[in-house]
Design a protein around this ligand. Structure first.
Ligand code: ATP
Length: 470
């Protein structure tokens, strides 16, 4: 499907839902051989679980399942709009196939079929999706994929639309995009949104968590290796830049890459070609790089952890995602939408959040951002029997808790009650450091001067989870 290889499904994820174990295994093995990431489910219920955890590019769906009709997954809205559905029907089941097309399935296959047809069917289905995408994009108010923008992310949405318009004009050699935001604020989700709503939606998007990539493997993973390049290189291996050719490569936590690899990434972006380890040939690539970071890259440049030249190259289109606690009352709308989805997933009646609960949610710092909100809601739903959610435990402080001061000045307020608020000195220091960095525009030296501490102190506080204090 990319790199001119008509049958490759590299970069695509597929869920195969069929209760016939043999056929399911055969399809899974075949799709895996073609490079796809594949999961299987034998019942509707198992499919619901998989679909609620992962967003698949394709759903290969049998119509008759032991616990119901496969099409129910589309009817009940369990299948996200971004997932292309291809229905598998038994001979004579054409009516079901027609029903499924009416419901929005992209294609159908009559059993028994040759699994070799799958790449062709998927390519055709993706083409159909692409042509309806422009209209879909127009229709989307918030976001068809469940991403909630709200008022606070309206400027971000505008910026995304501008990037997509520029991408549509350019077609090839799309400039890199940098997404900055605290952990759990939605960087990966926005990267996927951009890919799915842009002109490369029918091409692969490959996601790499750079912090999980051991340094020894990073180069071969990203750029590939020729046979014999090193002891274990028994065959030529394509790197992820090549695998993402024509599509998007998402480099999450990009500052985790070593300086040497950062330099290679810069060359790949600038020269639009790569060289595999042990290879002499330059291989042309057309990859849109989206990089994400939860760190202030200017601070990382100052401390020598990030290459300034790469920052300049990436910083052309920057998307800053605000922390959840900066999103005002949007947090309540987001929580309500997530609650609806969770209740549906756990088959629970819809629960309301009390006024007090809302107040607590607005006051809380949410250090884990939207991810933490999702966990809190799920915890409340699954472990609390109460008919309403009031988030009483959020007042417990717990270091980064709700009722701690919302700005450091509160600690100096005579009304501030240290016995009730469970004041945590570490938290206070970290927040002072964050505040000074914010006011100095991320300049660690200036922030250090403001607080009367050394620059190292700021640095160690920023990366305290990875390095010891001085
Ligand atoms: N605006 C949003 N609307 C709906 N869901 C969201 C939104 N933002 C984030 N989420 C959800 O919050 C969770 C965390 O988002 P995501 O993984 O994109 O964050 P991240 O910034 O990439 O995190 P990390 O820094 O840890 O990589 C995901 O489950 C995502 O679906």
């Amino acid at each position: 499907m990319e790199n001119g290889n008509e049958t490759s499904l590299a970069g695509l994820s597929v869920l195969v839902v069929d209760d016939e174990a043999l056929l399911r295994r055969r399809l899974i093995a075949h799709l895996k051989n073609l490079g796809a990431e594949v999961a299987g489910a034998e019942t509707l219920e198992a499919a619901r679980h998989k679909l609620s955890d992962t967003e698949f590019d394709f759903l290969l769906l049998d119509i008759h399942l032991p616990d119901g009709i496969g099409l129910d997954l589309i009817r009940e809205g369990t299948v996200p709009e971004s997932t292309g559905v291809v229905v598998m029907t038994a001979q004579g089941g054409v009516e079901g196939a027609i029903d499924s097309i009416r419901l929005g399935a992209l294609d159908y296959l009559v059993k028994p079929f040759d699994p070799g047809l799958l790449p062709l069917v998927m390519r055709r289905a993706r083409k159909m999706r692409q042509s309806s995408r422009a209209a879909e994009h127009e229709r989307e108010t918030e976001d068809g994929s469940g991403f909630y923008f709200g008022d606070s992310l309206a400027p971000l949405r505008e910026r995304l639309d501008k990037i997509i318009a520029a991408d549509n004009r350019l077609g090839i050699h799309l400039p890199p995009v940098l997404i900055a935001g605290e952990t759990g604020s939605g960087k990966s989700t926005i990267a996927r949104w951009l890919h799915r709503n842009g002109p490369r939606a029918d091409q692969p998007m490959i996601e790499v968590n750079c912090s999980a990539l051991p340094e020894s493997l990073a180069e071969s993973e990203l750029f590939g290796s020729e046979k014999g390049a090193f002891t274990d290189a028994r065959a030529t291996r394509q790197g992820l830049f090549e695998a993402a050719h024509g599509g998007t490569l998402f480099l999450d936590e990009i500052p985790s890459l070593s300086s040497g690899i950062q330099a290679k990434v810069l060359t790949a972006i600038e020269d639009r070609n790569i060289r595999r380890i042990g290879g002499t040939r330059q291989i042309e690539i057309d990859v849109r790089v989206i990089a994400a970071t939860n760190r202030d890259l200017r601070v990382a440049v100052e401390s020598g952890e990030f290459r300034e030249d790469l920052l300049h190259r990436l910083d052309l289109f920057r998307l800053n995602l605000p922390a959840l606690h900066e999103r005002g009352t949007d947090i309540l709308q987001l929580a309500e939408r997530m609650l609806q989805q969770l209740c549906k997933r756990h088959r629970l009646p819809l629960r309301q959040i009390t006024e007090e609960g809302k107040r607590r949610m607005l006051a809380y710092r949410w250090p884990g951002n939207v991810r933490e909100l999702a966990h809190e809601l799920e915890r409340g739903l699954v472990f609390d029997d109460a008919a309403v959610l009031d988030f009483a435990h959020l007042t417990g402080g717990g270091g980064q808790g709700a009722s701690a001061a919302t700005d450091p000045g509160d600690w100096l307020n005579p009304a501030y009650d240290f016995t009730k608020e469970e004041f945590v000195m570490e938290d206070a220091i970290n927040r002072l450091v964050q505040l000074s960095l914010k006011q100095s525009g991320g300049n660690a030296s200036q922030a250090a001067r403001m607080l009367g501490v050394t620059r190292d102190f700021i640095r160690y506080r920023l990366h305290g989870d990875r390095k010891e204090k001085p």
